[in-house]
Design a protein around this ligand. Structure first.
Ligand SMILES: Cc1ncc(COP(=O)(O)O)c(C=O)c1O
Length: 400
């Protein structure tokens, strides 16, 4: 069954205002999820876990229900493996701080790839400075594919503690072979974290099948609210890790001399969590769950292929990386800075993004300072994609 785009778009009135092709930065939120956040504040607003009055019970129930929904969404074995965070960035920082500082020592290695978003680079560089651990890099070929022989060599050298890799590039839309990476890393005793910030919006995730140790994503990129994200971690690992932040909500007992942590997941949720946002995320996931992933992938693949074909007709344009991208593609145009281009497109109501997209090492590898990114979501149409090329050609004429 194909997607009913008219019905889908009716949930996103904002799409009547603009052609929104900046989904890798933030996806739009269906009205039903926006309403769920408002309703939470209108009808259930209270802090969770700490009160026995009816509103506190209602809020706690809604929050824990959201955790169950996320657990099913990525098929985690236990719901306590789902930690609500502020987003992907916080999830990765949590692992870098907690696992990193308790387990890693001088000479241990963390393996990253050239494809990574800064959120999956800087926490590890910070950890390197703190512990003396080393960061090793897997490069890509010109199409953006990881050089897997470099992973083999690094693993052969030994001492690899963790491989942290994106499931889908936020710039060139390439999908690293994460199943293979996880198998290889595990064979050498290394753990694997998947940055699923982009992957979660475009493809089904099954953490048990993947067998990843950690996986992080953000609510706002999968049609949920901003300010909430998810870190999945295998239960035995999370149980053995020290808390990331301490404070209210994460303790079982406190004295003047020390404290005892609460069990999972509270141990990693210090302070007041993003309750209304988690409730909105649950409704966004319920909304997304009504569609078949096969239909989403087919639709989005068609849009990306159309965009590749259309953009390929612009002679000044160079597409970065592979033509087989998913979700996002990026390009440069001879003679126009990406910022100027997106400015002009923005004036026509076409929203693309310009810059390094928080991936400076990748841009350096591709030998460009900045690029323009077109990134799609479930609600985009072929008509919208077809509006892009003439607008770019108009801009090219202005600058020629
Ligand atoms: C691949 C990737 N990782 C991490 C992030 C950071 O996500 P957030 O800003 O929601 O924490 C992004 C955001 O664009 C991303 O694309």
């Amino acid at each position: 069954m194909s997607l009913d785009l008219t019905k889908i778009r009716s949930q996103f009135p904002i799409l009547e205002e603009v052609i929104y092709l900046d989904n890798a930065a933030t996806a739009q939120t269906p009205q039903i999820a926006i309403d769920a956040v408002s309703e939470f504040y209108e009808e259930s607003n209270a802090n969770v876990h700490r009160g026995l009055h009816p509103l506190a019970e209602k809020a706690t129930e809604a929050y824990e229900d959201a955790r169950q929904t996320v657990s099913k969404f990525i098929n985690s074995k236990y719901s306590e493996e789902i930690i609500f965070t502020g987003g992907t960035t916080e999830g990765i920082n949590l692992v870098a701080r907690s696992l990193g500082e308790s387990e890693l020592k001088e000479g241990d290695k963390i393996v990253l790839t050239t494809l990574e978003h800064h959120s999956n680079i800087t926490p590890w560089l910070q950890l390197k400075n703190r512990t003396g651990a080393e960061v090793s890099w897997i490069d890509i070929d010109d199409e953006g594919n990881l050089k897997m022989d470099e992973l083999d060599s690094i693993l052969d050298e030994g001492n690899v503690s963790l491989v942290s890799v994106t499931g889908l590039s936020n710039v060139i839309g390439v999908r690293p072979p994460i199943e293979e990476i996880i198998k290889k890393a595990h064979a050498e005793g290394a753990k694997v974290l998947i940055d699923a910030a982009q992957l979660a919006a475009h493809h089904q995730i099954d953490v048990q099948k993947l067998d990843c140790d950690f996986l992080a994503f953000s609510g706002h990129k999968i049609y949920g609210p901003m300010g909430v994200g998810v870190l999945f971690g295998k239960k035995e690992l999370l149980e053995s890790m020290p808390p990331f932040q301490t404070g209210g909500g994460m303790i079982r007992d406190v004295s003047k001399d020390g404290f005892i942590c609460a069990d999972l997941p509270e141990k990693f949720e210090a302070g007041t969590p993003p309750v209304a946002e988690a409730v909105g995320l649950k409704i966004a996931i319920d909304w997304l769950n009504q569609f078949d992933w096969k239909d989403i992938e087919e639709h989005e693949d068609k849009l990306i292929q159309l965009a590749v074909n259309e953009l390929g007709k612009i002679k000044e344009l160079t597409l970065l990386g592979s033509k087989n991208s998913s979700g996002s593609l990026s390009f440069t145009i001879k003679g126009i800075h990406p910022h100027d281009l997106t400015d002009i497109l923005g004036e026509k109501g076409i929203c693309l993004r310009a810059g390094h997209h928080c991936a400076i090492p990748l841009h350096e590898r591709l030998k460009v300072e900045a690029s323009t990114r077109l990134s799609i979501g479930i609600y985009n149409t072929e008509e919208e994609i077809l509006r892009v090329r003439p607008s770019i050609e108009d801009a090219a004429r202005v600058f020629s």
